[in-house]
Design a protein around this ligand. Structure first.
Ligand code: ZN
Length: 296
């Protein structure tokens, strides 16, 4: 009897609790509805919201390797080619500066990369393969930090590489392979040692250009030189040579060197970047999307 009464009391208690809960829920629903339907969840602060990622542009179609009709040096190193070359690269819309560093890596590479990071600038490194003992990790570092890692030469020996198209390909196959091995990326751009037209390559440069173009590579000369290889180079000459040449340019492809005897280049770099910004330049790296600037 006593127990049954207790049970009845407990049942009544549960029903009361359930009714109260249902009432509270109904009230909450009504309030939400009258507030416009949106649940009053505090939105994240505006600065915490990442802008939506722009959709990846579609990759150009992969060009199949087809040896039909090829002969001689064209058949050498069939893997040395760009699988998705951009056959319609464009010039920049904005006034753009492309900083390019030849001959690296060197003991200064980490310092150059730090300066570029500090200013949020991406650049292009035309690297050499031979005589770079101890610098293996720098090739990957350049690529991993968002810069373009491009081919300059394995040996930088003008007489050797410009002896024939074959000799040029033999040299380039080594730097091509080294970059792929050390970084897992395929280089798609190059710069001729001495530029595309120089005293050593007159007889072969047209044929080299034709062959490298057939393989999908783009090459870039420069329209601004820091002249940091000249005797008596100082921070002031590097700055002056660049900043006096650039004001009227829409795009400046600037030649500098990443080399162990070129301390002034490193020291001038912050002021070069600031000076170019003051002239209205934005910075970009060279890629297959950037129309080449070439002497020939
Ligand atoms: Zn060079």
């Amino acid at each position: 009897m006593h127990r049954r009464k207790n049970r009845r009391l407990r049942t009544i208690l549960w029903i009361t609790v359930a009714l109260l809960a249902a009432g509270a829920l109904t009230l909450a629903a009504v309030l939400t509805f009258s507030a416009g339907g949106a649940a009053p969840v505090s939105p994240p602060a505006a600065e915490e919201v990442d802008p939506p990622e722009p959709p990846e542009p579609p990759l150009p179609p992969e060009e199949p390797y087809d040896p039909t009709g090829l002969s001689g040096y064209q058949l050498k190193y069939p893997e040395m080619r760009v699988k998705r070359p951009n056959r319609n690269p464009q010039g920049p819309e904005e006034k753009t500066a492309y900083l390019t560093f030849d001959d690296g890596p060197s003991k200064f590479t980490p310092e150059i990369l730090d300066i570029l990071d500090r200013y949020g600038v991406k650049a292009t490194f035309f690297v050499v393969g031979e005589g770079k003992e101890g610098f293996d990790s720098y090739y990957k570092e350049i690529a991993d930090r968002g810069h373009t890692l491009a081919m300059h030469t394995q040996t930088h020996d003008y007489k050797k590489i410009y002896a024939s198209v074959d000799a040029f390909l033999d040299d380039y196959h080594q730097i091509f392979t080294k970059i792929e091995r050390l970084t897992g990326t395929t280089p798609e751009l190059f710069r001729f040692p001495g530029g595309s037209v120089n005293g050593y390559n007159k007889k072969v440069n047209t044929a080299i250009i034709e062959e490298m173009t057939r393989r999908g590579f783009l090459y870039y000369d420069w329209n601004v030189s820091s002249a940091d290889s000249a005797k008596g180079t100082t921070v002031e000459t590097v700055k002056g040579n660049i900043l006096n040449a650039t004001p009227d340019l829409h795009r400046a492809i600037i030649l500098m060197h990443d080399a162990s005897d070129k301390r002034p280049t490193v020291d001038a770099l912050p002021e070069v970047i600031e000076g170019l910004r003051a002239q209205g330049f934005v910075f970009d790296r060279l890629t297959q999307d950037v129309k080449p600037y070439t002497y020939q």
